[in-house]
Design a protein around this ligand. Structure first.
Ligand SMILES: Cc1cc2nc3c(=O)[nH]c(=O)nc-3n(C[C@H](O)[C@H](O)[C@H](O)COP(=O)(O)OP(=O)(O)OC[C@H]3O[C@@H](n4cnc5c(N)ncnc54)[C@H](O)[C@@H]3O)c2cc1C
Length: 281
């Protein structure tokens, strides 16, 4: 629980120096910095990251890959204007951070499955750390388009430890299981009724994938949580840019329980563009 002072500090933009930049793949980079509030973030929470003279965008809080106290990171995929500007930052660049904001994942005991794709793996790695030592067994399914884009496999193996396993899938079959992460989940769940019962499924990645994952969890009567994305601007529940049905994802999410996400007609179907117009996804 944050104190009043920490709450106030959380909403101020804190200037942090990028201490290291790591290339994770040809399009993904991790920027590591020191920030006590981000270090203490709950898995699934996000920061509003200010890129001076460019924009302020939401980014999941990434673990410091070296596990140092007081350090955190963001992992960014080069995409449009703002993410490319963040991706282009280098060692010594200054960025601003606010937060951490939003509702994170609920950590449970028992046997859990994590299903992630692309930069959706970022909050799941932090979750993996929180689960290790608590969950009885962790199965981590990591999806990416191709071998070049496989990220964080070694870190995931380290975090999962001896009571779990990491399975990598690629859409084109160039590495690991050939197919989508959701295909592999289906195979696991179909076999699980005979072998093992799962207590929770956590997911983050492309919305089409998360929709499939949550529906499968529902069919198998397994609890599930997903970390969702919408355009976010204020990050603190004022501007309503991130509305999904009756929820504001920056406050009520980004992590939602499966039943709440599935009850929203917009989930997996529509999102709002920067002007607030509803568009198909
Ligand atoms: C809670 C949360 C956590 C996120 N974590 C990560 C992460 O760890 N790594 C990462 O690479 N990306 C992350 N994103 C997505 C990232 O914030 C957007 O991709 C980024 O803002 C897009 O900037 P752009 O200029 O490249 O996009 P543009 O070219 O302007 O738009 C491309 C797409 O990005 C999305 N987008 C644009 N602006 C925003 C915005 N302000 N908020 C949310 N989505 C936006 C829209 O869906 C848009 O269609 C996260 C988003 C949310 C909501």
């Amino acid at each position: 629980m944050l104190t009043t002072t920490e709450h106030r500090d959380k909403d101020r933009v804190r200037l942090v120096r990028v201490e290291e930049v790591r290339d994770e793949s040809p399009t993904v980079r991790t920027l590591i910095f020191r920030d006590d509030l981000a270090y203490d973030a709950v898995a699934g929470q996000f920061l509003m990251v200010w890129i001076p003279r460019v924009d302020e965008i939401p980014m999941s809080v990434m673990l410091d890959p070296y596990g140092r106290a007081g350090y955190a990171a963001v992992t960014v995929r080069r995409h449009g204007y703002s993410s490319t500007a963040l991706y282009s930052m280098h060692e010594g660049s200054m960025i601003g951070v606010r937060g951490p904001y939003g509702r994170g994942f609920r950590v449970v005991d028992g046997s859990v499955i994590l299903v992630g794709g692309g930069t959706g793996l970022v909050p799941l790695l932090r979750l993996c750390k929180a689960l290790s030592g608590r969950a009885r067994r962790i199965t981590f399914i990591m999806g990416s388009r191709s071998r070049d884009e496989v990220i964080f496999e070694d870190l995931a193996i380290r975090l999962v430890g001896s009571n779990g396993k990491v399975i990598v899938c690629t859409d084109d079959g160039s590495y690991g299981f050939k197919g989508y992460a959701s295909d592999l989940l289906k195979a696991l769940l179909d076999a699980s009724s005979r072998e093992e019962r799962f207590d929770m499924i956590y997911t983050c990645g492309p919305e089409a994938m998360m929709l499939k994952v949550l529906k499968m969890a529902e069919d198998h009567a397994i609890d599930a949580q997903a970390s969702l994305e919408r355009i976010m601007k204020c990050g603190i529940g004022l501007c309503s840019s991130c509305c999904m049905g009756r929820y504001l994802l920056c406050k009520d999410g980004p992590v939602m329980d499966a039943k709440d996400a599935l009850a929203c007609k917009e989930f997996g179907a529509y999102a709002r563009d920067k002007s607030g117009r509803l568009i198909s996804i």
